[in-house]
Write a protein that binds this ligand. Structure first.
Ligand code: ADP
Ligand code: MG
Length: 389
């Protein structure tokens, strides 16, 4: 949808006149470094050109008008700056409201209300972080509207994460909001989630594309398993800390892990910690491979990442494994893995240009035969972080 169409829709809903502003914040895909963000490790996400847009106009009173073209049935949801509490009936508005609440908690006073139109082209709940994009979008809108110049883009990521943790009750790490706020066209972000130190690494795929497949399944395990994995890793860390001086699992190398792993008493916990340690090292090596223009090695590390998520961390599922197995077996596919939290959602693959059409057609067909519904394919580009548009 074009900006002009969004503005026209806004005026149709809320009336004409006044100064209208528009903002964009992207979704993201993580190329490698999965389930490392809460283990003190590295991640390597990039912002997509897919994302969420907002059209906004100030109001003289303290009321808030919310309308999403993705949730049209709910119509305009009216609330106010004096009612920034979660509301189950207007579920999606809890994301922007949470960010407003987080601004006020930080001491930034929001002195007037707004009418807001939202539109996004990221599939919701598929692991491409539509929620983080909505949070960063709201943060940018508030920063610009109220002239909070001392708030940086990294602050917007932190505020988004804070609101998702504390207002929406989802215990996510910083990766998603960071990628949405700080993304850079044609680059991925090599982020140390422990220190928030980051570097941009150019993703130059001369004869290949990044292709995301949405399995269109989401198993109900997601939330409980996520919390289980976090707890398992925390316990494993405490066991390791009895025998070696580390702050996070990200501080260990593979050799270090092998040396100390017997301190972890439970074999399942040992596998979880192994994934966290090895995946972090794989991520470091993958970024190096990319810097050396060794896309082939990058792909092999993606494949190894999937293997580890499937068998050691056990966050894959049958549908995702079908997609990854089909992709990895196809000549012309450089690498393929699950991306996002797991138990459904999306895979990410690097596919040679000449293979992309076949990839979509053949995997699409076989997936439908095996699973019974269609997968969705997105040939994506790496875009910039949140911006005024
Ligand atoms: P993910 O972040 O992986 O896409 P989540 O379940 O964390 O999945 O977030 C999806 C939720 O974010 C949606 O159910 C909705 O509440 C909110 N959301 C995302 N995009 C939009 C949008 N364009 N309009 C309204 N709400 C949205
Ligand atoms: Mg989310």
């Amino acid at each position: 949808m074009q900006k002009e169409q969004l503005i026209a829709k806004f005026q149709e809903l809320y009336g004409e006149g006044g100064e209208i502003r528009t903002y964009f914040a992207p979704g993201r895909v993580n190329l490698i470094g999965e389930h490392t963000d809460y283990n003190g490790g590295h991640v390597f996400p990039c912002a997509l050109t897919m994302g969420t847009w907002a059209v906004v106009r100030n109001r003289a009173d303290r009321k808030l008008g919310f309308y999403s073209l993705n949730f049209e049935k709910l119509g305009i949801i009216e609330t106010s700056l004096d009612e920034l509490v979660p509301n189950k009936d207007a579920g999606w508005t809890n994301y922007p409201k949470g960010v407003m609440w987080a601004f006020e908690k930080r001491g930034y006073e929001l002195t007037h209300g707004m009418d807001i139109l939202i539109y996004g082209n990221i599939p919701n709940g598929s692991g491409l972080s539509s929620s983080a994009s909505l949070e960063v979008l709201t943060g940018l809108m508030l920063k610009d509207t109220f002239g909070f110049e001392d708030i940086s883009m990294i602050d917007l990521a932190l505020i988004g994460q804070y609101s998702e943790n504390n207002f929406n009750g989802c215990n996510c790490g910083i990766m998603d909001q960071f990628a949405s706020a700080m993304g850079k066209k044609d680059h991925a972000i090599f982020l140390d989630t422990n220190t928030l130190k980051y570097e941009y690494a150019p993703v130059v795929l001369e004869n290949a594309k990044i292709v995301i497949i949405n399995s269109k399944v989401k198993h109900s395990l997601v939330d409980s398993a996520y919390n289980d994995r976090r707890n398992e890793c925390e316990t494993a860390l405490k066991e390791l800390q009895k025998v070696t001086d580390i702050k996070t699992l990200g501080d260990l190398t593979e050799d270090g892990f092998e040396q100390y792993k017997d301190a972890i008493k439970d074999p399942v916990r040992q596998k979880r910690a192994k994934h966290a340690v090895y995946e972090n090292q794989r991520t470091i090596r993958a970024v190096e491979a990319l810097r050396n223009n060794d896309v082939k090695l990058f792909g092999q590390l993606m494949n190894a990442s999937h293997e580890s998520l499937r068998h050691d961390y056990e966050v894959s599922c049958e549908e995702i494994d079908i997609l990854v197995d089909l992709a990895q077996a196809m000549p012309g596919v450089i690498g393929s893995r699950i991306t996002g939290g797991g138990f459904g959602g999306c895979t990410v693959s690097i596919v040679e240009d000449a293979t992309v059409d076949r990839f979509i057609e053949e995997i699409g067909k076989t997936y439908k035969e095996k699973v019974g519904h269609e997968a969705e394919f997105y040939v994506v580009e790496i875009g910039d972080g949140a911006k005024i548009v």
